[in-house]
Design a protein around this ligand. Structure first.
Ligand code: SF4
Ligand code: SF4
Length: 353
């Protein structure tokens, strides 16, 4: 997902923290599947200390230069009454914060509080033009989301749009980029649909590998010619953009962040490689994050080329890609296997490598 492990650049590590599973919307493609008991504010601050001590040991023991950030989301994070206390705690620890939200609860007053809390950016989910967005997220949600974005922009908070690409919206890119320009957001980011949680019901809308190749080829033109930053956090998109020499190493240096440069913590403290990869590896309330990061067999296997099979292990893009492990897992589960190291079924590039 990020080119974060290149020599000479800080280790750009992120913690994606789902503070609650509660949400004021009920999106058809949401990867969440049920309610859990939430950690209290005190437990969360204790868990932040747990993660912070791992970062400190990496810096002192391995002389690593780090640039860690905490991305808070939900459910809908604004449903947590103690959200700003948590943000304040993280900021005092010296880490940057961002929020991921559906935008519908961000009125002018909330946007002002976000600015005052020093949040570096707010990522707002949008799923297409009005009819498409509301088909997935419910009637009236499009206008409320756009209002939330406008309120952030009016307060000078960096707002970015996140869009999950499927057949439902793959032909709307031009209009969505123009909308992003009009709204004055910092960036519009595209990622693939992961058919997990409630998103399983949309499996038939996932792109084929040919459609993925076509989509990212087209996206390149928007990246080159738009007034807004157009990006994708999908490893396959990074390949579509690549020219020149492909770094050949046995160490991941970019691509899928799961277990490499990012981790997810859910509302009850469960740790997963990625939120879209529903594969618990421990719980922050019970385990030291530092120990888990080193000793988890799942996290370890995500870092070892020889553990991959079905394509990625022999691909020259392995170090910078590895596909989306969440999509690989969802695909395997749909076929009755519990396998997160097999092929990314939407990859159009392996045959070219
Ligand atoms: S086979 Fe495809 S998904 Fe896997 S590393 Fe190569 S390009 Fe990426
Ligand atoms: S599993 Fe997929 S969604 Fe998660 S970090 Fe990797 S590429 Fe991104």
């Amino acid at each position: 997902m990020k080119q974060s492990l290149m020599k000479g650049t800080p280790y750009d590590f992120f913690v994606q923290w789902h503070l609650t599973e509660r949400c004021n919307l009920r999106c058809r493609h949401c990867y969440q599947s049920g309610a859990v008991s939430e950690m209290s504010c005190e437990e969360i601050c204790g868990a932040i200390d747990n993660v912070r001590s791992a970062f400190q040991s990496w810096v002192t023991e391995y002389k690593m230069e780090m640039s860690p950030s905490f991305h808070f989301t939900g459910g809908e994070p604004f449903l947590r009454k103690d959200l700003f206390a948590i943000l304040d705690y993280v900021r005092k620890c010296g880490f940057s914060t961002s929020l991921m939200s559906n935008g519908t609860l961000i009125d002018g007053g909330m946007a002002q509080r976000i600015r005052e809390a020093g949040v570096s950016d707010v990522q707002i989910s949008l799923d297409g033009l009005e009819a498409t967005h509301e088909g997935l997220r419910g009637k009236g949600s499009f206008k409320r989301t756009l209002e939330g974005i406008r309120n952030l922009v009016a307060q000078g908070v960096e707002a970015n749009i996140n869009l999950t690409v499927s057949r439902l919206n793959m032909n709307q890119t031009g209009e969505l980029v123009r909308l992003a320009e009009e709204l004055g957001v910092g960036a519009i980011a595209f990622s693939r649909l992961v058919p997990t949680g409630r998103g399983k019901g949309l499996s038939s809308e996932a792109l084929t590998r040919e459609e993925v190749a076509h989509f990212y080829d087209e996206l390149q033109a928007f990246k080159d010619n738009s007034k807004v930053v157009v990006i994708s956090r999908d490893p396959l998109s990074a390949i579509a953009d690549m020219d020149g020499e492909i770094p050949q190493t046995e160490m991941p240096i970019g691509g899928c962040a799961a277990g490499i440069s990012g981790i997810t913590i859910t509302a009850d403290g469960t740790i997963m490689p990625c939120r879209r990869m529903d594969l618990p590896v421990g719980n922050i309330k019970e385990t030291s994050f530092r120990e888990l990061w080193v000793e988890s067999p799942v996290l370890g296997s995500l870092r070892r080329r020889e553990d991959y099979h079905g394509g990625c292990e022999s691909c020259r893009y392995w170090a910078v890609c590895r596909g989306c492990r969440a999509i690989a897992l969802a695909h395997a589960r749909a076929n009755g296997h519990e396998d997160y190291l097999g092929p990314d079924p939407q990859c159009p590039y392996h045959c070219l490598s």
